[in-house]
Design a protein around this ligand. Structure first.
Ligand code: MG
Length: 162
C-alpha cells in the first residue's frame, strides 16, 4: 500500500503557564507531586493544551481557546484530559490517524525525568498510540532570568487523513 502524501497533515502547538506554589501540578494528564503547580482557568496542563492545539492545527480547526473559551465558567478547573477527549471525539473533525507526536517541555522544576514514563504511557493511552509513536523531552530554562516560574510546552503532531 502506498502512502498518499496529499493526506498528511502536520500541526504545531505551544502553551505556557505560570508555576505557583501550593496548587496541584498536572502534566500530560498525570498529577505529579510538586510544591508548584501550573495556574490556569482549567487544571493548567500545558502539555495537553499544546497537544490539543497541535491536533487542531493539523486539521485547520482553530485553537483550544476558540473551542473552550477561558472566560466560560463551565471550563473553570476542568480536567484538560476531558477537553482533549472532547476534541478527539468531535464530529466536527475529519477522520484521521496520528502518525507520531513529538513533545518538548520547558521547565526548571519539578524534574520531569522521574515521571516521563508515566506521562508518556498516559498520553499513548489517551491517543490510542503504540510505543515509538510518541516522544517526550524536557529541558530547563538554562538559568534564563525570570523563567523559573514558567512552564511551557511545544508539541508537533503528524497525522494522516482517513
Ligand atoms: Mg493553557
Amino acid at each position: 500500500m502506498s502512502l498518499d502524501f496529499s493526506r498528511l497533515r502536520i500541526g504545531q502547538g505551544y502553551d505556557s503557564h505560570a508555576l505557583v506554589e501550593g496548587i496541584p501540578f498536572f502534566i500530560g494528564g498525570v498529577q505529579v507531586e510538586s510544591q508548584f503547580g501550573a495556574k490556569g482557568h482549567s487544571d493548567g496542563d500545558c502539555l495537553l493544551h499544546a497537544l490539543t492545539d497541535s491536533l487542531l492545527g493539523a486539521l485547520a480547526q482553530g485553537d483550544i481557546g476558540q473551542w473552550f473559551p477561558d472566560n466560560d465558567e463551565q471550563y473553570k478547573g476542568i480536567s484538560s484530559r476531558l477537553l482533549l477527549e472532547r476534541v478527539l471525539g468531535s464530529d466536527r473533525l475529519p477522520k484521521f490517524s496520528i502518525c507520531n507526536v513529538d513533545i518538548t517541555l520547558f521547565l526548571d522544576r519539578p524534574k520531569i525525568a522521574p515521571h516521563s514514563k508515566a506521562i508518556s504511557r498516559n498520553l499513548l493511552n489517551l491517543l490510542s498510540l503504540q510505543e515509538g509513536q510518541l516522544n517526550l523531552k524536557a529541558k530547563t530554562w538554562e538559568g534564563l532570568s525570570g523563567k523559573k516560574d514558567l512552564i511551557a510546552a511545544s508539541v508537533t503532531t503528524l497525522l494522516v487523513l482517513d
